[in-house]
Design a protein around this ligand. Structure first.
Ligand SMILES: Cc1ncc(C[n+]2csc(CCOP(=O)(O)OP(=O)(O)O)c2C)c(N)n1
Ligand SMILES: [Mg+2]
Length: 412
């Protein structure tokens, strides 16, 4: 077992884990009160992996995570009140209230998000590391992702380039044993995830993600290899989320006893006990860390509640899509009032209309049916694509695959 660090560091580790735990419990509560909208993924139980990793990083290093990252941002130094305001969709949130729980982002702390696409943060991590290398900077990028993400195409592509270009990056799989409701045994052919990048020349190691000291030890070496030798590594931290995948998860895929078994290894309790037994921290300090967490989170909720919602006329700010010159990615610039079908009160009528149209369509006799691409699908005023092509004088090269032949065929 790795040695405990000095008393001040132990206190800081304990206080940070307790703060994240408290924050997430409160986030769950606020979500149930409908104060926080969108999705909410809690990492309660995973605090040692998060805090252990972040605590070994320098301020110039980058951290990038997934959609379960309230704690990652806080561990990196983002103020909890700004994370809470983001969950509440308020202007003082880390993303101005535009991102919500899955898109916490804080460039000042070099916390690069916050991504809803499973595995989507891996290539971005490689890109950040490439930028550091290109600029001759000393920074390391740490990329944290789930066991499920290790099955994505992004994983292989990123490992290949990271190894090939010798990028200063450390990959960490937060193996909480499940990707939503699917266990590692059912989703990954190779269940030793630390081996999954070996074929690319990236060595891996398994660590106890419930033990903050063990995490620090593993991460220290991974960061050293990345910084000093430009050698990426893949750490697999074994951890566990006590709560469901997201706020709506009936958890039919695991047993209550399994959750309880992992709760016995609780990262905060375990570490507090160890610090007390080694006489590094006293009961008073442990209590103090917890009370401080309570106060910080209480203040975070007050701050979030007091923060205004973004003004309606700022709705289209921060969008990269452009309408001039007009393109495929046009922004809906209609008036802010609800439009047909957007108002909930209209929904029953709109739903009935759609259902009736669907039934009429399904009730047609067997045989060729109108092709919506050619005849428009309820988009009045939209010219069929073929006639547009004709106007441009584009005669179809192969009349058998589109153009007139297709129209004739469709019209029977
Ligand atoms: C590309 C993609 N596929 C599917 C989803 C839906 N989805 C959201 S979370 C998730 C599970 C991912 O599990 P894991 O990587 O183990 O992370 P964990 O949620 O356990 O932290 C899935 C499949 C998604 N967001 N993105
Ligand atoms: Mg997982």
């Amino acid at each position: 077992m790795a040695n405990l660090p000095d008393a001040a560091t132990c206190y800081e580790l304990l206080a940070r884990m307790a703060l994240i735990r408290r924050f997430e419990e409160e986030a769950g509560r606020q979500y149930q009160r409908a104060r926080a909208g969108g999705f909410l993924h809690l990492a309660i139980g995973e605090e040692a992996t998060i805090v252990g990793t972040a605590s070994m990083m320098r301020s110039e290093d980058f951290l990038i995570g997934t959609y379960r990252t309230h704690g990652h941002a806080i561990a990196r130094g983002t103020e909890p009140k700004r994370v809470m305001a983001e969950l509440f969709g308020r202007v003082d949130g880390t993303s101005g209230g535009r991102g919500g729980s899955m898109h916490i982002f804080d460039a000042a702390q070099r916390f690069m998000g916050g991504y809803g696409i499973v595995g989507g943060n891996l290539p971005i991590a490689a890109g950040i590391a490439l930028a550091s290398q290109y600029k001759g900077e000393d920074a390391v990028t740490v990329c944290m992702f789930g066991d499920g993400a290790s099955n994505t195409g992004n994983f292989g592509e990123t490992m290949n380039l990271a190894a090939l270009w010798k990028l200063p990056v450390l990959f960490m799989v937060e193996n909480n044993l499940y990707g939503m409701g699917t266990s590692v045994e059912r989703h990954s052919a190779q269940t030793d995830l630390s081996k999954k990048a070996e074929g690319y020349g990236i060595p891996g190691e398994r660590i106890d993600g419930m033990d903050v000291v063990a995490v620090r030890e593993g991460v220290a070496e991974g960061i050293r290899l990345a910084r000093e030798e430009q050698r990426p590594t893949l750490l697999e931290a074994f951890t566990y989320r006590y709560r469901g995948h997201s706020a709506a998860d009936p958890e039919v895929y695991r047993k209550r006893e399994e959750v309880e078994e992992w709760q016995e290894k609780d990262p905060i309790e375990q570490f507090a006990r160890r610090c007390r037994e080694a006489d590094v921290l006293g009961e008073r300090e442990v209590q103090q860390a917890r009370e401080k967490a309570d106060r910080t989170v209480e203040a975070a909720v007050e701050f979030a509640e007091a923060s205004p919602e973004p003004a309606l006329d700022t709705m289209y700010e921060n969008l990269y899509a452009q309408t001039e010159p007009g393109g495929w990615y046009a922004v809906d610039e209609r008036s802010p009032e609800p439009h047909r079908g957007e108002d909930e009160a209209e929904m029953p009528a709109a739903a009935r209309e759609l259902a009736e149209a669907g039934a009429a369509y399904a009730g047609q006799p067997e045989g060729p049916r109108p092709n919506p691409a050619l005849h428009g699908d309820a988009q009045e005023g939209v010219e069929p694509r073929v006639s547009a092509e004709r106007e441009l004088g584009d005669e179809p090269e192969d009349a058998g695959s589109n153009g007139e032949a297709a129209i004739n065929e469709d019209e029977g």
